[in-house]
Design a protein around this ligand. Structure first.
Ligand SMILES: [Mg+2]
Length: 331
């Protein structure tokens, strides 16, 4: 591997594992009150578990990211039918005996007539139309792997946008859910590719209208208390809370000197202190923070304990991330 490939893979692995460990640390606090004084040690002791979750066990956020990661690791085009059909089938296999499936995602799966991506998309549209909204945070919580696709390609950023919007729409039809997933995926893609991100580049990639909207939303979050975004089950507040946590931890996207192990720990700490959808905000923030800080920033104690469905752990996630970077080519 060349030096730059080493950097790509350590940041790609950071995105995937960063999201998974943050999800697992946050899991026991989901739907709880704010915990402004909670501190993390950066050891296995932070993964306390609950009556639902074993210590270190990840939740739906990571469980739904894994099929996307697997498709990318097998070299499938994430914007294509083959990849999306497989992702939908893997999600539904998981959902059959999962401990938790998001409300909106469950409704979409229940309403499907057929088992492929087209059936999921039709059902997502029907759910959206029956409620007039469908912008839960579920499209962004699982989008990290999309940022790992198309890394070597000249039009990689545009392809990430298209794939992220398409995968979001499998369950979350509303524009905010699709645009939020596109923006977060591009941020991760640029972080992995370059080791730093100019926010304006990411905003430009999602188009003028969405870029202006999300630029204003992120500007509002920069410097704000992550817990001030009340409705963090909504994609907009979830992304704002995650971005606020990254900023509060001292990370500047464009300044690699701020991309440290200490900052990564603080991002997760900021997330687990907030109320309500703690694990999902943590999973969202952990993906971008992990991409920026790299896999070596993730505490060893977390890495050892993190695990989830299909018997996967950190080692398997890192191997899949590396394969995704190679676009499915053999090592
Ligand atoms: Mg969750």
């Amino acid at each position: 591997m060349t030096a730059s490939t080493v950097d790509l893979t350590r940041r790609a692995a950071g995105a995937i594992l960063g999201s998974a460990v943050a999800d697992a640390v946050g899991a026991p606090y989901e739907f709880g009150p704010a915990r402004p004084h909670l501190t993390l040690a950066g050891t296995a002791a932070d993964m306390v578990g609950s009556h639902t979750w074993e210590p270190g066990e990840w939740t739906d956020d990571t469980a739904m990211a894994v099929p996307i990661l697997r498709a990318a690791a097998d070299g499938l085009d994430l914007a294509g039918t083959e990849a999306q059909d497989r992702v939908v089938r893997d999600w539904r296999d998981w959902a059959r005996d999962a401990k938790d499936v998001g409300i909106q995602t469950s409704e979409v799966f229940r309403g499907m007539r057929g088992d492929d991506a087209a059936a999921a998309r039709d059902s997502a549209l029907a759910v959206h139309e029956s409620k007039g909204r469908s912008a839960g945070n579920g499209s962004v919580m699982r989008t990290g792997p999309v940022g790992l696709a198309y890394l070597g390609e000249a039009d990689g950023v545009a392809r990430v946008v298209a794939a992220a919007r398409g995968i979001a729409a499998l369950t979350h039809w509303e524009a905010d859910a699709r645009d939020g997933a596109a923006l977060w995926s591009v941020l991760i893609h640029l972080a992995v590719r370059d080791g730093r991100v100019r926010l304006d580049d990411a905003l430009a990639a999602v188009g003028e209208e969405a870029g202006a909207r999300w630029g204003a939303l992120l500007a509002e979050a920069d410097g704000a208390d992550p817990d001030s975004f009340d409705a963090n089950g909504w994609v907009v507040h979830a992304v704002q809370a995650a971005y606020a946590a990254i900023c509060a931890a001292g990370i500047a996207l464009d300044d690699p000197a701020t991309h440290t192990a200490e900052a990564f720990l603080r991002v997760v700490e900021e997330c687990v202190r907030i109320h309500n959808d703690t694990d999902t905000v943590a999973a969202i923030a952990g993906a971008l923070a992990g991409a920026l800080c790299g896999v070596e920033a993730i505490p060893a104690g977390w890495r050892e304990l993190v695990h989830g469905h299909l018997g996967l752990g950190a080692e398997e996630l890192v191997a899949l991330a590396e394969a995704a970077v190679r676009g499915g080519e053999a090592a």
